[in-house]
Design a protein around this ligand. Sequence first.
Ligand code: TYD
Length: 325
Amino acid sequence: MINLDALTYAGNPQNLNGLPIAHHIFHKGDIGNIELVTDLLSKYQPRVIINFAAESHVDRSILGAEAFVQTNVLGTLRLLEASRNYWEALPASRQVEFRFLHVSTDEVYGSLLPDESPFQETTAYQPNSPYAASKASSDHLVRAFHETYELPTLVTNCSNNYGPYQFPEKLIPLMILNAVNMRELPVYGDGQNVRDWLYVEDHCTALDKVLTEGKVGETYNIGGRCELSNNEVVEQICEIIDGEVPAPTPRKTLIKYVEDRKGHDRRYAVDCSKIERELGWFPRESFSSGLMKTVRWYLTNPEWSRNVTSGKYREWLDLNYRNRA
Ligand code: TYD
């Protein structure tokens, strides 16, 4: 396996510790560097390409959209170009095996009202944040490369992930680290926004299924069938941490309602019946078991957290949270 990663602020070589070296070759670099990608493809001759690379934090995209267009849109376009050149030059027997899997998000579908049905693969795109717009754009490019050049693509649109190694700008790891350290827990708006949570390993098994059994040119929605409000998520985190690391006051008292995110999508929910029905994939982890594993991982890996919460991270916290009344 060849891993190409630009190691921007959320990347961390420590995340690769423990991977069997013989099966894993790491290259630091950008998917938008077409010469580099072309060289890697010609050197290693991969059977599949999975595009996990993205700027993915909505709050950052609200404060500056350009990096999102650069990586998510232009980067994906260049990766598609290099992949197409590589694929077209393969012998026919290898061409039929080749897959380009593009990993995307449910946020491209926009926001749901409380009584609306979950997003299906046929739901019209209506991205609301600059992040979602950049991912929607990349999804369209992947689709276009399949329709135009017959590149054997697959697209997945997944709901909110959580689990070990997640950078603590996202809700769950941010709240875990703040709660462990008895810091304020900043909940945006009224905390009634709903997300559909999926444990990261369940996402990985879904991607594996799509890669090996998915139908070329198709999109598969992936979700946890686990809709929870942010209040429910934060309260569960507080309860687990109170149990693991008792404190004089319950962590719930640290919750602070702060100014809402601009254009904050109210609800995401994914209808994953297509991947269940056609590929036989189901999430294995419940939210409480996945959250317990996640909290314990952060509790037993304080060094990892210390390393990623450096000066740049603190600058981000200051930028994002200082003006939220
Ligand atoms: P996030 O993890 O940023 O994922 P996304 O915006 O892609 O769904 O946020 C999840 C939810 O948590 C979202 O409704 C915003 C909310 N949130 C807070 O209330 N406080 C925070 O400090 C953060 C980072 C998120």
